[in-house]
Ligand binder design. Structure first.
Ligand SMILES: [Fe+2]
Ligand SMILES: [Fe+2]
Length: 275
């Protein structure tokens, strides 16, 4: 039977800055009707969970309200950005921030086996950090790969691995930086994921590189104007549906939800300050 994942991302939910809650609620209604086997939020679940515990709590409550099977992965706004990112407007990940995130959303890396497939979710912000959890995650990724068997692999994480090519050398906050990227690939030990899906850029994009389908899930909340962010793919809000077949075939598509506006972060200076 087909396993159907609704990947939501970059929901940026908050109690005192609830600008993006309406979009989440409307998309949540569409998800309840659609009834996927799993809803996965690939990070930036809260607007400012790195500093505000109430943002984490309200974001969790809104997700629980959907009453659907759910998994979570953290983004830079939930527990701080990667230590090797060039700027940390939201602060860098540290043990306290991570612990606070875990207390609301549970494990920040995990596996889930479904017919023909293993889903592997990881904490992208740990990559390139000096926290003890980084090594722990690396070991668990290696163990998940070692026991993969005949299953195909899907890797989920908040940030894209790269723009177009695995050997890119630019240091940015937008993609996994080159050194941790290579360490992650080493942990995969030659296994080529069928699909790598992420969020973070607030754009939908589907590309192929070295036999891997890379899908960027868009935000449910807002997009970033072209003056501040290149247009890599489609700047529209929505969610992504992934269909995983037991025989290893798969498909992904952007789902637009009628009546849900694509908000522009430039119109919400109270969220993160003026652009
Ligand atoms: Fe985001
Ligand atoms: Fe992000």
């Amino acid at each position: 039977m087909t396993f159907r994942i609704a990947q939501i991302s970059d929901t940026h939910l908050s109690d005192d800055k609830p600008f993006f809650v309406d979009n989440f609620v409307r998309i949540g209604e569409a998800l309840r009707i659609s009834g996927p086997d799993l809803v996965l939020n690939t990070g930036d679940i809260s607007l400012d969970g790195a500093s505000s515990e109430s943002d984490l709590a309200v974001a969790r409550a809104l997700h629980d309200g959907l009453g659907l099977p759910m998994r979570f992965l953290p983004g830079n706004h939930g527990l701080g950005d990667s230590q090797d990112a060039p700027a940390h407007g939201e602060g860098a990940i540290d043990a306290d921030r991570r612990a606070r995130y875990l207390s609301h959303f549970g494990a920040d890396w995990w596996t889930l086996d479904v017919p023909g497939w293993r889903l592997l979710g990881i904490n992208a912000q740990l990559l390139g950090s000096d926290l003890a959890a980084t090594k722990h995650q690396e070991r668990d990724v290696a163990a998940a790969i070692a026991s993969l068997g005949q299953r195909r692999l899907v890797l989920f994480l908040h940030k894209p691995l790269f723009d177009r090519a695995v050997d890119e050398t630019t240091i940015t906050g937008r993609f996994i930086n080159p050194v941790p990227r290579q360490l992650l690939l080493k942990a995969l030990d030659g296994v080529v994921p069928a699909l790598i899906a992420c969020g973070h850029v607030h754009q939908f994009r589907e590309t192929w590189a070295d036999g891997v389908r890379h899908v960027w899930g868009t935000s449910t909340a807002f997009v970033i104007p072209d003056a501040r962010q290149p247009r890599y793919g489609i700047k529209e809000v929505g969610y992504v549906e992934h269909l995983l077949e037991p025989d290893g075939t798969h498909a992904s598509r952007l789902v637009r939800v009628p009546g849900v506006p694509t908000l522009d972060i430039a119109e919400f200076p109270a969220a993160y300050g003026p652009l």
